[in-house]
Design a protein around this ligand. Sequence first.
Ligand SMILES: Cn1ncc2ncnc(NCCc3cnc(NC(=O)Nc4cccc(C(F)(F)F)c4)s3)c21
Length: 275
Amino acid sequence: EQPAPPKQFHLGMFEIGRPLGKGKFGRVYLVRERSSGFVCALKVLHKNELKHGDAEKQVRREIEIQSNLRHPNILRLFGHFHDSKRIFLILEFAGKGELYKHLRRENRFPEWKAAQYVVQMAAALKYCHKKHIIHRDIKPENILLGIHGEIKLSDFGWSVHAPSNRRDTLCGTLDYLPPEMLKPGRDKNVYSNKVDLWSLGVLTYEFLVGEAPFEDTPVMTQRKIARGEMTVPSFVSAEARDLIKRLLVLDPEKRITLDQVQEHPWIIKYCVKGE
Ligand SMILES: Cn1ncc2ncnc(NCCc3cnc(NC(=O)Nc4cccc(C(F)(F)F)c4)s3)c21
């Protein structure tokens, strides 16, 4: 029977390896836990760069949310610790790194590869939604690839329990925001897990086209999203176009479900039957 892992972690327990990347909030390193030799990733967040107080709360929520998620397409968050200046997240190491780097390098993915990624995203989101977790920040930057090229959905720093009317100052790209999250006013901000389906539609489009469907200046992007205005280039197959159109529906209740994504002709055409 393996001894239970120690609950208390500290920096001295880790041998620090190469940097894996730097996000807007901090750097990530490849590390090895000395006693077990276990290789993982360590994200370092600088407290003075985070809004004080609620960052600790947000990390605690992220850990609470992630600690009961166990799925092959969701990056594990094993634990955290902090010192006077920094918060450390102990994460599963994703051997093939950031998906968006592969996308930029290849410009766009062939349909068979995009379909594999979409069906794995659908499986990860189905698992989260069954646990009433909305990710809310689906975009290529938050998707990593495991050593076998499998999708690892990560960074639950913005995830919430559904349904939610949390008003967060969302930072970063607008490209992935669903129309219902753009609306001003109080009640309209109650949104469901359908926001992840809209974002999956934006992601599918970006995989196949190499850029986001509503990409423009911030003002124009918001206008295009609110109107669901986008064009799909002719090189995209009819089946892929159909899936994108059924996800990028303004009315959240009219978006297709994750089950229907997994059964869609475009997915069936390219994906070996999963579990
Ligand atoms: C690049 N890369 N290559 C390989 C590899 N393998 C594993 N991980 C990598 N990168 C880290 C991926 C992340 C997973 N979970 C995160 N979570 C987070 O960043 N949370 C977070 C952010 C900002 C503020 C707050 C706070 F404090 F406000 F709550 C919380 S980041 C890897």
